[in-house]
Design a protein around this ligand. Structure first.
Ligand code: RIB
Length: 293
């Protein structure tokens, strides 16, 4: 069972209405998106997050059930985080409303049930805000014996304290086996691929948008191009890639504390880019796609 830990929220996606520009709600949040995609790919998966009991929280919980994701959230009556999305040529930018929300206020003592968990996926904007960042860090550091994948999904405008965030990432990179970063993440971190591997990662996945993904291990560099599709929006592309990678490795028995073989890694990367390509060709982070894949 892969335990995904991070935010579940509502994306307010832009849509023109007869009265002018408007928004409509869709389930989202980087780690929620990864959990949903893992469930759709048939991987055994659970989600740990701070989930609201409000109507949006109920909708998020219902989507988990529908996609066969076990719900291991800490539920509270605080509101659901909202992310207002603006799109420029399909590229998404986010404005978050998360003050005092159920997701943000998750505390280290809201620890999840770890029964049956054999791998961890941790990430998202939750690593940049208190106190939930402490909860997710404690989870990773307390279970460093498990294979861990981290995607910090860095959104510079959302980082409340750069020094605290950077120090936290350094501690997480030291226990991570697989790290996924985008070009922009690498620029923000001021790191080179070798620095990430030297910090402890066995696999570094560098997503390069329409160009695909480059994966580096100590001994290999594998490039997998992305299928060509018409992009509607990029919301959730990286999250779905993460799910494909994790599902592929898990299925091959290669989601372990060791470096996967080039064959297993290549096949998992292929699944990741294929899933991401379908996501970007639809509106929103979690369009229905499993059968097509
Ligand atoms: O990675 C995409 C996700 O990031 C943002 O946090 C949005 O919630 C969106 O669903």
């Amino acid at each position: 069972m892969i335990l995904c830990a991070g935010e579940a929220l509502i994306d307010m996606l832009p849509r023109d209405t007869a009265d002018g520009p408007g928004f409509y709600p869709a389930t989202g949040g980087a780690v929620f998106n990864t959990a949903i995609a893992l469930g759709r790919l048939g991987a055994p998966v659970a989600l740990h997050t701070g989930l609201s009991s409000d109507l949006f929280g109920q909708r998020l919980a219902a989507d988990l059930v529908e996609s066969r994701v076990e719900n291991r959230a800490a539920v509270s009556d605080r509101p659901t985080t909202l992310a207002f999305v603006t799109l420029t040529d399909g590229h998404a930018e986010y404005a978050f409303y998360d003050e005092g929300t159920a997701g943000r206020m998750l505390a280290p003592w809201d620890a999840p049930d770890m029964t049956g968990v054999d791998a961890l996926f941790i990430g998202g904007i939750s690593l940049a805000v208190e106190p939930c960042a402490q909860a997710y860090e404690a989870l990773a550091l307390g279970h460093a014996n498990l294979p861990i994948m981290i995607d910090p999904n860095i959104r510079p405008g959302f980082i409340k304290d750069t020094d605290v965030f950077r120090a936290r990432l350094d501690r997480l990179l030291a226990v991570a086996d697989i790290v996924k970063l985008s070009d922009e993440d690498m620029d923000w971190l001021g790191m080179k691929p070798d620095d990430v591997l030297a910090a402890g990662a066995r696999v570094l996945c560098l997503t390069e948008g329409a160009k695909g993904v480059r994966a580096l291990t100590e001994d290999a560099e594998i490039h997998v191009p992305a299928p060509t599709v018409d992009v509607i929006d990029t919301v959730g592309a990286g999250d779905t890639f993460n799910a494909g990678l994790l599902a592929g490795l898990h299925r091959a028995g290669a989601l372990t504390k060791s470096t996967p073989s080039d064959t297993d890694l290549s096949a998992a990367l292929e699944l990741g880019v294929a899933a991401a390509a379908i996501t970007v060709s639809r509106a929103g982070a979690n369009p229905p796609w499993a059968r097509e894949l």
